[in-house]
Design a protein around this ligand. Structure first.
Ligand code: FAD
Length: 388
């Protein structure tokens, strides 16, 4: 008897899941349901080439409509899943009936964390997650003037380089150091120096109390020390939260993400979660965590597809890796380091080249590199061999 698979979320993880299921030989129906109206697309260029205008919408698409159709994947675009009915084994579509499933995969991604302070709703306050967000920001940047960034994460540091082409750029970070939770001090300092040299102002220990506005549009940022910093626009990037609301409402175990076991299975045997929304036991971090990266979304999808078709379980253990392009700096990370892990500077050279190993209990658990792609690839191979 063939089984029917329903995938909620037609993003990086959902599309990879649908494609990989067919590649692996899944014979039943595959329904891919996505609330966005676009064909499945990649998000990284939204803060890089697409925002800068080097890449167009076509270049963002992960697969053509024809290729998806040829795989026999039924694509439901512009369709939101309103609820999961576990007793009936069906998902309820917003305003258009229900889809029964034998296996359900939740790949609903994450959403920007919002700032709960006065003025957050003003025009000119941006967060980038979708094509529409990037279009709005690009149009706004073209107006020129000063852009103030709240949060010195990867995303904002990428966008700041683009904003600088149109006017001043200032990045505010509430912590004493940029990227302190995800990078060694050595690597974070190198990036901070690069941005400062470009002319981007970075202010740490900057707590924000309110956004000021006039005529419904943001005009400035009020800091805890009473200073008001003028801003033509504000870009917010203070982390993302898992889109786990459907899972929570369906009574699945959640808490900062959809909780899954090492086989990516939720607390319901027939329901799995992958990508940004899934909180899984990472052998690399030694804890249950969510990972927001293309690698995580695609590798989890491929792992799960193989497991579902073959019937062989097995833990998901792929080496995590990540990249961020900030102007002339390509940061790459292999593995996952925790803030308390040690750092060892391995190499520092011309053109911003840097390699830093992160060490836990005497073992290298991650390698951070800037403009050193060969070192990154080598680190991935070395880390993979540890699990072999
Ligand atoms: C601007 C930006 C830049 C990035 N840059 C990098 C980078 O350089 N390197 C890197 O590794 N990663 C980067 N990332 C992260 C990476 O894009 C994500 O980790 C990846 O997209 C996660 O894939 P996903 O499928 O889990 O989620 P998504 O791609 O977000 O897909 C989830 C989809 O589910 C849909 N959905 C949610 N709820 C429902 C519902 N109820 N019904 C129907 N559909 C629903 C959402 O609308 C969305 O389309 C970036 C992310 C952003 C936003």
């Amino acid at each position: 008897m063939t089984r029917s698979a329903v995938i909620i979320g037609a993003g990086q993880a959902g599309l990879t899941m649908a494609t990989a299921l067919r590649e692996q030989g899944w014979e039943g129906e595959i329904h891919l349901v996505g609330e966005e109206y676009h064909l499945p697309y990649q998000r990284p260029p939204l803060s890089k080439g697409y925002l800068a205008g080097y890449e167009n919408r076509e270049a963002l698409l992960l697969r053509s409509a024809e290729a998806i159709e040829q795989d026999g994947v039924v694509l439901h675009l512009g369709t939101s899943v309103a609820a999961i009915d576990r007793a009936e084994r069906a998902v309820e579509l917003e305003g258009s009936g229900a889809l029964p499933y034998d296996v359900l995969i939740i790949a609903t991604g994450s959403a920007p964390r919002l700032l709960g302070i006065p003025g957050s709703e003003l025009d000119g306050v941006h967060a980038v997650r979708t094509i529409e967000d990037a279009d709005r920001l690009r149009d706004d940047l073209a107006r020129g003037g000063r852009t103030v960034f709240i949060g010195a994460g990867f995303l904002n540091l990428e966008v700041a380089v683009e904003a600088l082409k149109h006017g001043a750029a200032c990045v505010l970070e509430v912590a004493p150091q940029i990227l302190g939770r995800v990078l060694s001090r050595e690597t974070a300092n190198a990036l901070q120096q690069y941005h400062s040299d470009l002319g981007i102002e970075i202010l740490c220990d900057a707590a924000i109390t309110a956004l000021r506005g006039a005529g419904g549009r943001v005009t400035g940022i009020e800091l805890a020390n009473g200073e008001v910093m003028p801003a033509e626009r504000v870009v917010l990037s203070i982390g993302a939260i898992a889109r786990d609301e459907l899972a929570t409402a369906a009574g699945l175990e959640t808490g900062g993400g959809i909780v899954v076991d090492s086989a990516l299975r939720t607390s319901d045997d027939r329901i799995f979660a992958i990508g940004d929304c899934a909180k899984y036991p990472s052998p690399w971090a030694g804890t249950q965590m969510r990972v927001e990266s293309v690698q995580n979304a695609t590798d989890q999808a491929r792992h799960l597809a193989e497991a579902l078709v073959s019937g062989r379980g097995g833990a998901y253990r792929a080496v995590p890796w990540f990249w961020s392009i900030q102007g002339e700096r390509r940061l790459q990370i292999a593995g996952i380091a925790m803030p308390d892990d040690d750092a060892r500077l391995v190499e520092q050279g011309d053109g911003g080249r840097l390699v830093v190993e992160r060490i836990r209990e005497g073992e290298v658990v991650a390698v951070e590199s800037i403009n050193a792609p060969a070192a990154h690839m080598k680190a991935r191979r070395t880390l993979a061999a540890l699990l072999a």
